[in-house]
Design a protein around this ligand. Structure first.
Ligand SMILES: [Zn+2]
Length: 501
C-alpha cells in the first residue's frame, strides 16, 4: 500500500513528483490505443443488473491445475478474528451483478477449496449486510449460519479432501472499519460513491464485505471474476480481460487471474471507465482505466512504463501476465495484483507511488507474508526502492533520502511499535515502511551493491507465488548475506531505532 503523505512526509515523498501529477482537463491524445470499453457518460445508468446464465463447466476441485494454489493457512497473529485456518481456498469463481440505482449486489461465488482438518463445518468470512439465500457443497444443499461476518457451512469434511462450495447472496455491501489511524483510509472493502459507482481496497482485510472468502493473506487462490453492470458502465477486476459482452442493456466483463493471489490484493470496480494503454521498453503492455469524464488522468500515469523498466533492471522480468492501473474515488493506493488501484490524488498518481506499487508486484504479490505481523516484508522493500528511484530522479544520493527517512522513523516506531511487532490498532503506520527501508540500506552498505541487488532480485523468484514466514526469510537472509540474525531482528523488533553506519 502507498505510504500516506502524513504531515512532513508530503515534502519528503512528493519532491519532484508532483510535477508528474495528473491534469484532468486534458483531452485524451489521439495516438493512444483505442479504448476497450465504450467511453461512457458518468451519469448513473438505470438498468437492473442480473447474473448471466451460468455456462461454465462444473468446477473440479481435484484438477491438478489448482495445485499451485495449495497453501498452509494460519490463524493470523495480529488479526485472528478474520480468516479461518481450516480452509485452504484454491479458486474463487465470482459472478457479480451490480445495480447502481438500488445499490444492490447479487453474487454467486463458486469456491473450490481443501479442508485442512477433519471436522463438521467449513468457515468463511462474509459481510453481515449480505444475505445468503443458498449454499451447496458439491452440488447438494447444506445448512449454514451467517452470524456477523462468519459464514459457517455445516457438513462433514475430511482433512485434505477438496470440495466445491457455492454461495448465492445479495444485498448492499458495507465497508468495514480498518484497524488504522491513517488519514488516507479508515474503512476497507466495497465502497460505493454517491453516483453508485463502486471500488474496493481491502488491506489488511475487507474482501469479505463483497464475497465469501478466507480473508487472510496465507491462503492464496486463483480468481475468475465476472461483473455485470448496466451499460455503458463496465466492471473491472484483476487479471486479463477474457471476455466482454453487451446484452439487454447490460455489460458483462470476465476477468482471469492466472496466478494465485491473497484476498487483500484482489480488486474490483464498476463505473464509467475508459481504457488506454502504453508499453514498457521491455514489452509489457500497461492498461490505464480512468473515469471516462476525466481522460486526462491517464496522461499522468503513462510514466509507469519507464518506472517498470527501472524496476525490471533491478528485480528481473515483471512476474505476471498483465499490468494495469485503475483509478478510483480513494485517497490511497494499493498494490492489487496485476491491476494497481489508485485514488485520483496528486500524490497517489505521482511517479514515486507508481514505482512503489509496481515494486509490490514482486514484494508483496509474487511473494507474500503468511501473517500480518510481517507486512514489513512488503513495505520495507517497496519504500526502499521508491527511495532509490527518488534519489536518482532528484540527482542526489540514496544516503540523503535515507537521512530523511531516519528523521521520521524513530517517533513512528515509538508511537506504533517495532515494524514486526506493531500495535494492531495502527496497521500501516510509517513504522512498517521506514525502519525496514533503513534496514535494507544498512545491509547494502555492509555487503556491497552487487551482493545486495542480487539478493533483492533472487528472493521473490526463489519460490514465486507463495507465502513466506519470518523464520524462512531470516534463515535465507542470514545464509545468503552472512550477516547476523541479530542485525535483522534489531531493525524489526527493537522498540528503538538501531544505530546507522
Ligand atoms: Zn506499499
Amino acid at each position: 500500500m502507498t505510504k500516506a503523505p502524513l504531515g512532513g512526509l508530503v515534502a519528503l515523498l512528493c519532491v519532484g513528483t508532483l510535477l508528474a501529477g495528473c491534469r484532468d482537463d486534458e483531452p485524451t491524445s489521439a495516438e493512444r490505443s483505442p479504448a476497450t470499453a465504450t467511453p461512457a457518460s458518468a451519469e448513473t445508468p438505470s438498468g437492473t443488473a442480473s447474473l448471466p446464465v451460468e455456462t461454465d463447466a462444473p468446477a473440479d476441485p481435484d484438477d491438478p491445475a489448482l495445485d499451485p494454489a495449495l497453501s498452509e493457512p494460519v490463524e493470523d497473529s495480529v488479526y485472528p478474528d478474520v480468516g479461518d485456518p481450516s480452509v485452504d481456498s484454491l479458486h474463487y469463481d465470482l459472478d457479480l451483478a451490480w445495480t447502481p440505482d438500488s445499490r444492490t449486489l447479487v453474487g454467486d461465488a463458486t469456491i473450490e477449496l481443501r479442508s485442512t482438518a477433519d471436522g463438521d463445518h467449513l468457515q468463511l468470512d462474509l459481510g453481515e449486510p449480505l444475505e445468503v439465500s443458498a449454499v451447496t457443497l458439491d452440488g447438494a444443499d447444506v445448512p449454514f449460519e451467517h452470524t456477523g461476518k462468519d459464514l459457517v457451512v455445516t457438513a462433514p469434511v475430511v482433512r485434505d479432501e477438496r470440495y466445491v462450495v457455492d454461495v448465492h447472496y445479495s444485498g448492499t455491501p458495507e465497508t468495514t472499519p480498518a484497524p488504522t489511524e491513517r488519514t488516507d483510509f479508515n474503512t476497507s472493502g466495497w465502497a460505493i460513491t454517491p453516483d453508485g459507482e463502486t471500488w474496493t481496497m481491502q488491506e489488511p482485510y475487507g474482501a469479505f464485505t463483497w464475497y465469501p472468502v478466507n480473508d487472510q493473506p496465507a491462503d492464496k487462490a486463483y480468481y475468475d471474476i465476472t461483473v455485470t453492470v448496466p451499460s455503458p458502465w463496465v466492471g473491472i477486476a484483476n487479471g486479463e480481460l477474457a471476455d466482454q459482452t453487451e446484452h439487454d442493456g447490460l455489460t458483462t466483463t470476465s476477468w482471469h487471474l492466472s496466478k494465485p493471489a491473497s484476498s487483500y490484493v484482489v480488486t474490483v470496480a464498476t463505473g464509467a471507465y475508459t481504457r488506454t494503454t502504453n508499453t514498457s521498453q521491455s514489452g509489457v503492455e500497461i492498461s490505464y482505466w480512468v473515469p471516462s469524464d476525466r481522460p486526462g488522468l491517464a496522461r499522468g500515469l503513462e510514466s509507469a512504463a519507464a518506472g517498470l523498466d527501472w524496476l525490471e533492471a533491478l528485480l528481473g522480468p515483471y512476474p505476471f501476465d498483465s499490468l494495469g492501473f485503475l483509478l478510483v474515488d480513494s485517497k490511497s493506493g494499493m498494490e492489487t495484483q496485476t491491476l494497481i488501484t489508485l485514488g485520483a490524488t496528486d500524490y497517489t498518481t505521482s511517479e514515486a507511488v507508481l514505482v512503489h506499487e509496481m515494486a509490490h508486484q514482486w514484494y508483496g504479490d509474487e511473494v507474500t507474508p503468511q501473517d500480518w505481523s510481517d507486512v514489513w516484508m512488503n513495505e520495507g522493500m517497496a519504500m526502499y526502492l521508491q527511495g532509490c528511484w527518488q534519489a536518482e530522479e532528484d540527482g542526489r544520493s540514496v544516503d540523503s533520502v535515507m537521512d530523511e527517512y531516519a528523521e521520521i522513523e524513530s517517533p513512528l516506531r515509538a508511537k506504533a511499535g517495532p515494524p514486526a511487532a506493531y500495535d494492531p490498532a495502527q496497521f500501516g503506520n510509517g513504522n512498517i515502511y521506514y525502519g525496514p527501508a533503513l534496514m535494507w540500506h544498512e545491509l547494502r552498505k555492509r555487503i556491497g551493491d552487487d551482493a545486495f541487488w542480487s539478493m533483492v532480485r533472487d528472493w521473490p523468484a526463489r519460490k514465486p507465488e507463495t507465502n513466506t514466514t519470518r523464520e524462512d526469510y531470516l534463515d535465507w537472509l542470514v545464509e545468503r548475506t552472512h550477516v547476523d540474525r541479530a542485525f535483522f531482528e534489531a531493525w524489526l523488533l527493537s522498540p528503538t531505532t538501531p544505530s546507522r553506519s
